[in-house]
Design a protein around this ligand. Sequence first.
Ligand SMILES: C[S@@+](CC[C@H](N)C(=O)[O-])C[C@H]1O[C@@H](n2cnc3c(N)ncnc32)[C@H](O)[C@@H]1O
Length: 469
Amino acid sequence: MGKKLDIVLEDLVIERIAAEGKALTHTSEGMVVFVEFAVPGDVVDVRIIKKKKAYMEGRIIALKKPSEQRLAPFCKHFGLCGGCKWQPLPYNLQLEAKRQQVYDQLVRIGHLEVPEIQPVLGSEKTEYYRNKLEFTFSERRWILPDEEPEGLTDVQRLGLGFHVGKFFDKVLDIEDCHLQRDPSNAIRLFIKDWAISHSLPFYNLRGNYGLMRNMFVRTGDEGTLMVILCFAEESPAILPMMEAIAQRFPEITSLYYVVNTKRNDTISDQECILFKGEPTILGVMEGLRFRIGPKSFYQTNSGQAYRLYCVAREFAALTGSETVYDLYTGTGTIAQFVSPRAAKVIGIEYVPEAIEDARLNAEANGITNCEFFAGDMKDVLTDDFIAEHGAPDVMIVDPPRAGMHPDVVYTIIAASPRRIVYVSCNPASQARDCYLMSAKYEITRVQPVDMFPHTQHVENVCLLELKEN
Ligand SMILES: C[S@@+](CC[C@H](N)C(=O)[O-])C[C@H]1O[C@@H](n2cnc3c(N)ncnc32)[C@H](O)[C@@H]1O
């Protein structure tokens, strides 16, 4: 544990939203102070929790005068749960802050030349907009500031909810979450109650023991609903529990369980056992139907996914004659979305099950000009692969937060597509990758899209066009 700082700063006026979603102010000496859960215009007293040479970080201990812009948070877990930290910030200010974030990452930090960054495309739904949530069980949940730990029984210490901040072993018990439509809350609460009433041990994240580990709820279109319950060991309690869930929630159309004995929670390398129902749920977009399996990525805000794909398609400016590569294709959604306007689309993705879904989806959608390949991008996308499958006219890339491996970037540069549509959930890694391409490509359009209201996360689409030499 670091030494506890004993610094309190009084009557600070919050100036603006800065990096990582924190608000920013200055001390009277001009030192920058970052403060969470604050709104521009708030007058606050803060306790300093981190002090560096160039800046400090503080936590609000008194809201002396709330900003006129400040809204009342809608969620009872606000302030503790890391999920929707921007609830007090009006949505238009959230969108402005996200646009600023894109500017900072691309221009101020990334030193890229960009055209005017378009206003962020806001989400129609700002609550209940997620189609996927993961909840974690914990034998020792996060104890709330107003609770006396000594007074709690072992059962009262059990939790099922979200990880708190950066702490991997701290889980906040969630009673009511505004992120996913019902019956998400009801399912989570039922599973927790059932496990407690049958004395099933909750997982101990440090010791790696206990049966109940984590769970996923995924809501699809046309009433489809997937639940995946993950156990940390084999147990005779598993099947009765699954049966109880199936009985209580007949609306679950895909009910899976996983026995995951390894140390991390990811299920991408685990067997997902279908207990009841269909293997996949459904995403529907412009008449296309996407079957989504338990391991397959699907954009978590379905409504905004459509707008995002429309931006990608517009930036790709296809005429029908192009060879298009859709890198990091997931279940091949973008590939199929743009396919009617292309001669041929090649999709590449790491998760073999997602590629299997992509092929089945394309076939079911009557699409015949898409081909899908599974593997790590840096191993699959080689000069030889491109020679075999055709030089790309347009590439659409949508990598995970870490961005692209440099080898992948160099292969793209060597392939020299006329246009690269770079979709990213992390403008920092996007800026780094674009910088690598900047000798040959110029950024001609920038369109951020808000996939995650009330959070600092921003999705951004850049169009890169081959420079004329
Ligand atoms: C942000 S998602 C985009 C998915 C898809 N474009 C969509 O809109 O649904 C990133 C995808 O990249 C895949 N991925 C991550 N690392 C990869 C790698 N090294 N090689 C290939 N694919 C990878 C993930 O499995 C995931 O499906």
